[in-house]
Design a protein around this ligand. Structure first.
Ligand code: AMP
Ligand code: GLY
Length: 428
């Protein structure tokens, strides 16, 4: 079968890598792709939001299945457009993708279906939002309603920063129309984890739990990024906790979306805080996480293409999804300046030496190839994933590879996976 993967980041490289190992897949395309993916797939230079051109491409190349990596095309209605043309595609419809596209929708949905989340209020004007924070106890979390590339959430510690955040989002419109409404909610305390789940709109098959590292600097300091590394599985989510997450969060969410006429097919991402009163939802996303995919997919024993086809056909319940017992760690290598304005066009050294290393995968994100040499071309450039029998060994292996790679200005966190050690030592 021919498969088209939409996207150009590390998540999509991991998807392409896993799909390439399926006996069902003969040919892979990716749009727009990157230098790493170009070794496994034919890259088409089409933007992820250009739904018409992407559907034209799938038609012209007789693509059997399209797999969507990022949220933007999903929230724009890519699945609806492909299905209108009878093209098979994996992902939620525009209505279902609103679970990520609108935080107001997501919060009101959770309230209606009694899904545990921080208590909240919604505002569509600055004055009422400001009056509310003046009469509330701090800290609070202020969120722009729409997509804001992971930057639309601000934790405020005092009234004056709350007021200035509201002004920036609602009046100065730093996130554009995404800030026409805001959600203001209580701050949750605990351990933040990610649960991804395959779902065909009825059956649910959760993946292993994982943990992202969102801050740029070691010790979770500095500004938020798209994610500086991840590991899986976590020790926080044992079988009992996973059952609670399934029963209290995943099941009512999938059933509720179906009831609302927004049947969700694809990968549901639940960003959770495990609090001392149980798991609570901070956000839902409508796709794989990045860099969570780079640690989850290397631990998947089953054929990903089979799983994807069963989701599209509504037959996930017939699928046995199996995981291996290893641990995976992914360390992201980012450009100088990231997550602010970052440098580009720096030559990357050391990549060739790594090709043969066992249990090490290098997933490209912002990279490009010119005359046989690889250069940086984005904020997050590479993700080095290592798997091993213990978390400690996986961490050591990943960093031993990171040490051999270099480009000018390269920055990365030195403590990816260490939270696993802090939370529970019994693993090794
Ligand atoms: P979101 O996009 O809603 O997940 O928010 C981005 C990040 O902000 C999350 O990954 C958390 O680190 C943090 N965050 C969001 N909501 C809350 C909350 N209610 N309490 C504590 N932290 C939060
Ligand atoms: N790793 C966070 C995200 O994919 O949204």
């Amino acid at each position: 079968m021919k498969v088209l993967v939409i996207g150009g980041g590390g998540r999509e490289h991991a998807l392409v890598w896993k799909l390439a190992s399926s006996p069902l897949v003969d040919k892979l395309f990716v749009a727009p792709g990157n230098a790493g993916m170009a070794e496994l797939a034919e890259c088409a230079d089409i933007k992820v939001e250009d739904l018409t051109r992407l559907a034209d491409f799938a038609e012209k190349n007789s693509v059997d299945l399209t797999v969507v990596g990022p949220e933007l095309p999903l929230t724009l209605g890519m699945v609806d457009e492909f299905e209108r043309r009878n093209l098979k595609i994996l992902g939620p419809s525009k209505l279902a993708a609103e679970i990520e596209g609108s935080k107001v929708f997501a919060k009101e949905f959770m309230k209606k279906y009694h899904i545990p989340t921080a208590s909240f209020k919604v505002f569509d004007n600055q004055k009422e939002a400001s009056d509310f924070v003046r009469s509330s106890e701090m800290p609070l979390v202020i969120k722009a309603d729409g997509l804001a590339a992971g930057k639309g959430v601000v934790v405020v510690e005092d009234t004056s920063s709350a007021l200035s955040t509201i002004r920036k989002i609602m009046v100065e419109k730093v996130f554009g129309s995404a800030g026409s409404r805001v959600v203001i909610e209580d701050l949750l305390k605990g351990e933040e984890i990610t649960i991804l789940a395959f779902t065909d709109g009825e059956s649910i098959s959760p993946t292993l739990s994982s943990q992202d590292h969102k801050k740029i600097f070691d010790g979770d300091r500095g500004p938020n990024t798209g994610g500086m590394g991840a590991y899986a599985p976590t020790t926080i989510v044992d079988d009992r906790m996973m059952k609670r997450i399934h029963d209290e969060i995943l099941e009512p969410t999938v059933a509720g979306l179906k009831k609302e006429g927004r049947t969700f097919k694809g990968i549901l991402y639940a960003g959770l805080m495990i609090t001392d009163r149980g798991p609570k939802v901070m956000e839902f996303n409508c796709r794989f996480g990045d860099p969570e995919a780079q640690v989850i997919l290397p631990l998947l024993k089953s054929d990903l293409m089979e799983i994807f086809l069963s989701i599209v056909e509504g037959e996930l319940s017939l699928q046995d999804v199996e995981w291996n017992d290893n641990f995976a760690v992914c360390v992201v290598l980012a450009s100088g300046g990231y997550p602010g304005k970052y440098e580009r066009d720096k030559e990357i050294s050391g990549l060739n030496r790594m090709k043969q290393m066992k249990d090490v995968l290098i997933f490209h994100a912002g990279s490009k190839k010119q005359k046989g040499r690889i250069f940086t071309n984005g904020g997050r450039v590479l993700g080095v994933t290592a798997t091993d029998k213990s978390m400690k060994k996986a961490i050591q292996k990943a960093y031993s590879v990171v040490d051999k790679i270099g480009f000018e200005g390269m920055q990365y966190r030195k403590d990816i996976g260490c939270r696993a050690i802090r939370v529970k030592k019994k693993l090794w």
